[in-house]
Write a protein that binds this ligand. Structure first.
Ligand SMILES: C[S@@+](CC[C@H](N)C(=O)[O-])C[C@H]1O[C@@H](n2cnc3c(N)ncnc32)[C@H](O)[C@@H]1O
Length: 280
């Protein structure tokens, strides 16, 4: 069966139950994460910088109107304002992340709303956005196909849609240092680290918008960065889903300590994909 067909069937058969369970957990995890998320961002400016990379690669232009889906506490919205002078509409599932964004951002060109990216309360026949972006949010969407079908009508003809994904950690010799660290510690690998796989997300994008481009933004690896990133409660849940938060943080530190000998010799890769909506 073709991947596109498989995605369509999965969408039809996947019970509402799975999607609502995932979204309940995601909302809870990010509601719990707002403060630590902000401290991480103040320390690293990581989400801001990744958004700038993604926006440039997508070709977002000065003054474009952009829908930022899964905008979190607004780091990506601010980046879009500052790098592209964009008019930004940010939506996020987590009330706490949006509340934090409201506290931090006082800009009449940033509009924020609590909403599910797979059930957007927005309509725009003929398209009202020049671009739609998902900066490190799509991998926790249960149904990317549904999300893309939602925004298809919102994108102007010729508009661009793009996402950045979940980190890959690799060295010259080892393609997946996180799995390697689990094995070294004798720990079982999590059943899945992302709700939606990279392949499924790309396939859904291609199904809705046609040919896609992909690239990887590579960062020099740092163990401190990995520990900080995966200590955000919502991120640690992807590595140790069954454990309470405090225990997850301890396990994250233990996991990445194993990679000590690779310090300075590994890469963190952020895969990105983009497509264009067709002109009539
Ligand atoms: C890692 S954060 C990224 C936030 C932001 N894009 C940034 O760059 O700082 C992922 C965000 O996606 C949001 N999210 C996850 N699933 C969502 C959904 N179905 N609809 C809307 N937002 C969602 C989460 O609540 C979280 O705030």
């Amino acid at each position: 069966m073709k991947e596109g067909e498989r995605v369509r069937q999965e969408m039809a058969y996947s019970g509402m139950n799975f999607a609502s369970k995932v979204k309940g957990a995601v909302r809870k995890n990010f509601n719990q994460s707002a403060e630590i998320y902000r401290s991480f961002e103040e320390k690293t400016r990581f989400f801001y910088l990744l958004t700038v990379q993604l926006a440039r690669w997508m070709g977002i232009k000065n003054g474009d109107t952009v829908l930022d889906v899964g905008c979190g506490n607004g780091a990506s919205c601010v980046a879009l304002r500052e790098c592209c002078e964009a008019i930004v509409y940010g939506v996020d599932l987590s009330e706490a992340m949006i509340a934090d964004a409201h506290r931090r951002i006082h800009d009449t060109n940033v509009h924020l709303m609590v909403a599910d990216g797979e059930n957007l309360p927005l309509r725009g026949e003929g398209g009202c956005f020049d671009a739609v972006m998902y900066n490190t949010s799509l991998f926790v969407f249960p149904n990317p196909l549904k999300a893309f079908l939602q925004v298809k009508g919102l994108l102007k003809p010729g508009g661009v849609i793009g996402f950045s994904f979940y980190p890959r950690v690799y060295s010259k010799d080892l393609p997946d240092l996180i799995s390697f660290a689990y094995e070294r510690l004798g720990l079982p690998l999590p059943r899945f680290r992302t709700i939606t796989s990279w392949e499924k997300a790309c396939c859904a994008l291609e199904t809705v918008f046609g040919p896609i481009d992909i690239t990887t933004y590579e960062m020099r690896g740092s163990i401190l960065f990995l520990v900080d990133f995966f200590s955000i409660p919502a991120q640690s849940a992807s590595l140790f889903p069954k454990h309470p938060y405090e225990e997850r943080t301890r396990k994250v530190r233990e996991l990445f300590k194993v990679l000590g000998e690779w310090e300075g010799r590994f890469t963190i890769g952020w895969d990105m994909a983009r497509a264009r909506s067709k002109r009539p």
